[in-house]
Design a protein around this ligand. Structure first.
Ligand code: KIV
Ligand code: ZN
Length: 507
């Protein structure tokens, strides 16, 4: 069966989504999960765009062994040299060169003629080719570009050494039939097209990114560019999990295959959501909380009798854990460890002991501890393993006739505990002020959200915050049954990320 290559751009186009704010460590963690997931290509970043992106691409290039690591560069000598500098240690490095091709972009943005763009495209692919055999070229805004000009560019860049040619629907303007026709026409009109893989890259401005990508592979495209959870610039990119599961579930329609280990999809989705702070909508296909939930009585009756009545996919194939047992306060270390393994977490030593204690504490407060609770606990544990400051104690007093007051005690980088207190406009503000009196780094809180992990008054509350410092956004998360404590943990998490980034910059 023909294979469709999965090119994941979560770390590049996905990270271009407003407010994503991933650190180098976050990106490495996601890249390692993408490798486990089996993506063929990881687009790790755009090295010329920032020092952070350069570092991330370099770090990922050094660690990833089973996927191609790709660095993006616009068609400019410095960008290409920088991309190579960042990606050269990868086992399989790729440089992805892009340049606008539509008259709209040429006229209003680049102010260059078609001939000039053609020449630059050719020259820059040749420059990248001197560094590596694996070169991709994208004529940006291809779906609003004159067809005959696209053919000309593609023929020229393939001659110059491009081994993959990508057809971006940069502004999400195409509709499936038209985009499919473009791909067919490219196969019929570019004489040397058999020397390159045809790739597609669709944005979701009209909600058609997945439909357009699927139509393109039906017409012969063999690489799809996509992101986990569909995150990306504006309305996002084509969602990886939807494309992969459509190809798998409707194998009869596509007769194609991918190298993806679909059982890693759920974990990848949760990780990207956790680190970017972008919550997955409940009705999101494949990985939303409601994707496999049956509410209506008729549907429930059918699924109990035979799942196939209302389920076209087995949730296990996307890695959604099937919980046979509910954990509670009588559950022991073994049961907890087994459930962790089922959920894909391997905690050992102190990390396991801390997580088990947190589980016992929660089980005392809650009758039933669900998988989502356990996931939340473990993530809280993992967040605190590399802290500069650790939240040791917190006390708050507030009410409708009192001034909110908070006392906090933190363990500092030298291992000593420091306590301070502050007043605030509300309990969370008072806690943040008290923390600020100890950890003195200037920052502005730009986002604060609270949600409960499960239903019920005893649920764990998860707090997501974003802070900004020197123009950089840092995300923080915290989880606890007490939302003031969760808020404090989220703030400490964001501050610790900020401090780690500052330390890395200085080094
Ligand atoms: O959407 C786009 O055109 C891009 C290119 C850089 C491929 O992201
Ligand atoms: Zn894009």
């Amino acid at each position: 069966m023909d294979k469709v290559l999965i090119f994941d751009t979560t770390l590049r186009d996905g990270e271009q989504a407003a407010g994503a704010g991933l650190s180098v460590q976050d990106k490495l963690q996601i890249a390692q999960q993408l490798e486990k997931l089996g993506v063929d290509v990881i687009e790790a970043g755009f090295p010329l765009s920032s020092l952070g992106d350069f570092d991330a691409v370099q770090t990922i290039a050094e660690r990833i062994k089973n996927s191609v690591v790709c660095a993006l560069a616009h068609a400019n000598p410095d960008a290409i040299d920088k991309a190579w500098e960042a990606v050269k240690k990868a086992k399989c490095p790729r440089i992805h060169v892009f340049l606008s091709a539509s008259d709209i972009h040429l006229l209003y943005q680049l102010k260059k003629s078609r001939d000039e763009i053609l020449q630059i495209s050719r020259d820059m692919v040749a420059r990248a080719k001197k560094y590596t055999g694996d070169v991709e070229f994208s004529p940006m805004d291809a779906t609003r570009t004159d067809r005959s000009y696209i053919y000309q560019i593609l023929e020229a860049v393939i001659k110059a050494g491009a081994t993959t040619v990508n057809i971006p629907d940069t502004v999400g303007y195409a509709v499936p039939q038209e985009y499919g026709d473009l791909i067919t026409d490219i196969f019929n009109n570019v004489p040397n097209i058999d020397k390159a893989v045809v790739s597609v890259h669709c944005h979701n401005d009209l909600g058609l990114a997945v439909a357009n990508s699927l139509e393109a592979i039906r017409r012969g495209a063999r690489q799809v560019e996509c992101t986990i959870n569909g995150i990306g610039e504006r309305a996002g990119n084509a969602s990886m999990e939807e494309i992969v599961m459509a190809i798998k579930t409707r194998n009869d329609a596509y007769c194609l295959d991918t190298n993806i280990d679909t059982t890693q999809i759920y974990k990848s989705s949760r990780l990207v959501s956790e680190l970017t702070g972008f919550i997955v909508q409940p009705n999101k296909a494949i990985i939303g909380a409601n994707a496999f939930r049956h509410q209506s009585g008729i549907h429930q009756d059918g699924v109990i009798k035979k799942a196939i009545t209302y389920e076209i996919m087995d949730p296990k194939t996307v890695g959604i854990p099937a919980s046979s047992l509910v954990l509670g306060k009588l559950s022991g270390r073994h049961a907890f460890k087994d459930r962790l393994a089922e959920l894909g977490f391997m905690l050992e030593g102190d990390s396991f002991n801390h997580a088990f204690l947190a589980f016992k504490e929660l089980a005392d407060k809650k009758r039933e501890v669900t998988d989502r609770d356990i996931e939340s606990l473990v993530k809280e544990e993992l967040r605190t393993t590399s802290e500069v400051y650790h939240l040791d104690h917190i006390e708050v007093s507030c009410g409708d006739h009192s001034i909110p007051t908070a006392t906090v005690r933190l363990i500092g980088p030298d291992g000593k505990s420091v306590a301070d207190a502050a007043l605030g406009t509300g309990p969370v503000d008072a806690v943040y002020e008290a923390i600020n009196r100890i950890v003195r780094v200037s920052n502005k809180l730009t986002e604060f959200t609270v949600k409960s992990v499960t239903e019920g008054i005893d649920a764990i509350g998860e707090v997501l915050i974003r802070i900004e410092s020197d123009g950089v956004t840092y995300t923080g998360r915290g989880a606890d049954t007490d939302i003031i404590v969760a808020s404090a943990k989220a703030y400490m998490n964001a501050l610790n990320r900020l401090l780690a980034a500052e330390k890395a910059r200085k080094e």
